[in-house]
Ligand binder design. Structure first.
Ligand code: MLT
Length: 408
């Protein structure tokens, strides 16, 4: 008899974004004439930067010739890309990360989901609420969370983000082993200061804990005083792993390229208190289960570090930030409270009713898709998330439609 992993039965119905897609598709089937505008899942809509396209084409041409063809590459990524990442994303900001500490992959979602495999099944995890659902669901699958009751998994330590704390969670009141942090935040769009991030690093050091720092949205930071990487904080190399992605930074959601940084000095403990290199464990996992990102994709990703590529990437993200500005301005006019959207593509709006009901209202009456806050956790109830990833004209139309139905 083939027995199943019963932890899967503890998961809440379907994955949030699949549920939204199902509802939108049912609405669209019943209303084929409505041009639905999607401000739901954070999926980019603008073309890849020209520098990436050029590099992509030229790498494809290399694949067409026997003398330049590439088979399997290094699982951790080609040195040409890892070296550029280390230099431009870290060393240029005085964050001491070397190319060997970078693991190129096909997505930050996969990496942030897979990383928990290298930790014991009985560690205590702390997750913000609201939170990107992948962190929670992958730990449910691994059997770390216990049962779900009253909107919460019994063994998770929830770090509440609310209006009261400005949507930045307080430090846990008890010792925890693994802490998930995401800044600029998904879903609230809030950011963290260096001094506050330092308190998290200190907490992790004091508790022999590890921080999983998701910086997938760092390219949207425009306030120079904010940390772009956790490695800008002293003492973080021993206690933090960072996830980065080319998806939102450079329009790679469909192209797939990301990376995870595991410093050589980052450590975990065995049951006798012996120290082990998390870099070695992740390297073992990565090389066993992954065969690398394709050569043309890595060449395309490398192109964002050229002088021209950097300008194109900035323009691309400025475009989405302009959308975010328009959303904030229109939501403001309607008198709804909101945060985010300044150094982030997400705007977190207090909708003053059940979030799924508000989702249905926007979909059915305005033909606009948002993400219901409740899908990100109990504290997301009463909120929705609007994404700035769409064309400016569509965002304008969406805000006019929303204005018409919500004008109070
Ligand atoms: C989101 O909308 O939260 C993200 O696009 C989802 C993801 O990156 O997987």
């Amino acid at each position: 008899m083939i027995s199943i992993n019963e932890n899967y039965l503890k998961l809440q119905s379907s994955y949030l974004f699949s549920e939204i897609a199902k509802r939108v598709s049912a609405f669209q089937d019943a209303n084929p004439d409505v041009k639905v505008i999607k401000l739901g899942i954070g999926d980019v809509t603008r073309a890849l930067p020209q520098s990436c396209i050029k590099a992509f084409h030229s790498a494809i041409d290399e694949m067409a010739g026997n003398s330049t063809f590439k088979g399997y590459g290094p699982e951790q990524g080609y040195p040409f890309l890892r070296e550029k990442i280390a230099e431009h994303d870290f060393q240029s900001r005085a964050a001491e990360i070397t190319p060997d500490e970078i693991f190129v992959s096909d997505g930050a979602k996969c990496d942030s989901g897979n990383i928990q495999e290298i930790f014991s099944s009985d560690i205590t995890i702390a997750v913000p609420d609201p939170v990107y659902p992948v962190y929670v669901d992958t730990n449910v699958m691994a059997g770390r969370t216990g049962k779900f009751s009253n909107g919460r998994y019994e063994k998770i330590v929830y770090l509440e983000s609310s209006e009261e704390n400005g949507f930045i969670p307080d430090l846990p009141k008890e010792p925890v082993d693994l802490i998930y942090l995401c800044f600029p935040n998904n879903p609230t769009g809030t950011t963290i200061t260096k001094s506050l991030l330092k308190t998290w690093v200190e907490f992790a050091r004091e508790n022999k804990a590890l921080i999983l720092y998701d910086a997938a949205y760092e390219a949207f930071i425009r306030d120079d005083s904010l940390p772009v990487s956790i490695y800008e904080i002293e003492g973080s190399r021993e206690v933090a792993i960072e996830f980065r992605s080319f998806s939102k930074t450079a329009g790679f959601t469909g192209t797939r390229c990301a990376y995870t940084v595991v410093p050589e000095s980052c450590i975990g403990y065995d049951s006798n208190g012996g120290k082990h290199s998390l870099h070695s464990l992740w390297n073992r996992r990565h090389t066993t289960k992954f065969n690398g990102v394709s050569y043309p994709v890595q060449r395309a990703a490398e192109a964002i570090y050229s002088e021209k590529g950097k300008i194109e990437v900035k323009n691309l993200n400025d475009y989405y930030l302009k959308n975010a500005g328009l959303i904030r301005q229109e939501i403001d006019k309607l008198g709804y409270k909101h945060v985010g959207g300044e150094n982030s593509p997400y705007i977190w709006v207090k909708c003053n009713m059940d979030s799924w009901k508000f989702f249905d209202l926007l979909l059915k009456k305005a033909g606009v898709v948002c993400t219901p806050g409740a899908g990100f956790g109990k504290c997301g109830q009463g909120f929705i998330r609007l994404s700035a990833f769409n064309n400016f004209e569509n965002v304008q139309k969406a805000m006019i439609r929303i204005g018409k139905i919500l004008n109070r």
